[in-house]
Design a protein around this ligand. Sequence first.
Ligand code: L34
Length: 284
Amino acid sequence: MSAKIISGKEVSAQVKERVKAEADIFTAKTGIVPGLAVIIVGEDPASQIYVRNKHKSCAEMGFKSFQYALPETTSESELLELIDKLNNDKDVHGILVQMPLPKGINENAVINAINPKKDVDAFHPENVGHIMIGDYSFLPGTPAGVMELLASENIDISGKKCVVIGRSNIVGKPMAMLLLHKHGTVTICHSRTKDLPSITREADILVAAIGKLGFVTADMVKEGAVVIDVGINRTPEGKVRGDVDYEAVAGKAGYITPVPGGVGPMTIAMLMQNTLTAAKLSIE
Ligand code: L34
């Protein structure tokens, strides 16, 4: 069997088209142009690429984009001061602080400082709580993007065995919750999980969010499974590759997402959607 490739490049383009059409109507009605502020601290090259892609997408949407590139040496209080300023800026509807932050800055303190109504990452505890209950305005971009990829192929989640590898606050935990909302039977695996392959082999839908190059091998995947690769790693040659041993797993899975061109572009498309939502919330 050879897996069907779910193209995040294509699906993200569709999502962005939908968001742009909706945003144009919103702007025509209200005169408000959605605005996103992105803060990056330090010079991590991968983060710089992601932030640049966010900026480009804002331009495609006709959104205002406010970029803050702060030096590695920025203190937590300086960062909190900037967030306070952006919280009070009516042209800024969404605020995103690119993770990870340099050592010495407490990520939770930073997330807590963002006005939940401008929290387009949905990382603030208030938004996390809304998500757990299932009554929310924002979903974090990466897991929301995965759900959108599954929907694009009409993949039914109800009653399916879903296995998420990784338990981060950004991906693994909210991913599990969204699959649960769609009535999946969800297992979360992580570094302490015993006999991981025996669990992943049961998965109808397998989401890999570990951060280890080629971690998911073909023997860990059930024939015909849906395999979603959230990982973004660099090979020793400098190529961008996922957590899944793509070639081998593609020969066994039913569906697979590539890296690059899979979940990454979806994260950004969903961020655009959240920015529009935040602009709408600003006048409620
Ligand atoms: N606050 N921090 C915050 N919000 C986020 O939503 C993120 N994330 C993750 C890292 N830190 C964050 C992102 O934006 C990961 N992420 C992200 C965004 C975009 C892409 C990948 C990860 C992306 O554009 N990927 C492309 C190109 C990859 C490349 O060339 O390196 C892809 O095709 O996968």
